[in-house]
Design a protein around this ligand. Sequence first.
Ligand SMILES: N[C@@H](CCC(=O)N[C@@H](CS)C(=O)NCC(=O)O)C(=O)O
Length: 241
Amino acid sequence: MIIVHGFGPHFGMPDGSPFVIKTMMQLKLAGLEYEHCGDGTAKAPNGKVPFIEDDGEIIADSALIRRHVERKYNVDLDAGLTPRQRAIAWAIEKMAEEHLYFALIDLRWRGDRNFAAGPAHFFDRLPGPVRPLVRRIGRSRMMKTLYLQGTGRLSPAAVEENAGRDIDAIATQLTASSYVMGDKATAVDGFIYGVLRSLLVPVFETDLRRRIESHSNLAAYVVRVTDRFFALSSPEQSSSV
Ligand SMILES: N[C@@H](CCC(=O)N[C@@H](CS)C(=O)NCC(=O)O)C(=O)O
């Protein structure tokens, strides 16, 4: 059985990380069973989740996990797509992972309100006396990452403005189809679903959430994928925060 390591369910989502949700959905698309373990990054080979264990083999990074799964189990998560459509799907996925994702992180970690409502709870399991210090260190580490990546140098309004264009692009792409690349779910739906679902979490106050909600097809897409791949009765949906 494949073991997917992530943060576990948070904010009513299958996992606190959109990259872990991506991997979970891609394994479902591949028809493979897995166990979801919410033990975080402590044992992650590159300090990030997701990573998987498969018959004793450890693979980190969601794109490399996808490649491993497609090769080992002889599946094509983009089956039915032309080479040009595959290229477009890859580009859309990277737009969301390397641009929109950083807005999601910035909007959660920078402002005090959203930080207190969300990421602050990631440290709740620590013993009381060290919790405030580790929480402060964790937050400043994340702010440094955002600064080095570039998003952290923009005003919150500019972050939302730029990310809003990603949202509009995804909404346009989904105009006449049930999934990002047509009427069949493919690999790119894993992260697009993960990041939209994460941005829609109601405890976070952002204009970006309202921007997504203003596109009725995006809200419908999130419901469609949730119903099909992450059934509402699943214990994964229970909020731990
Ligand atoms: N390129 C990686 C990105 C994974 C990633 O950024 N994971 C985040 C959670 S969303 C993480 O583990 N962050 C912990 C950290 O940076 O300490 C992938 O595709 O798996």
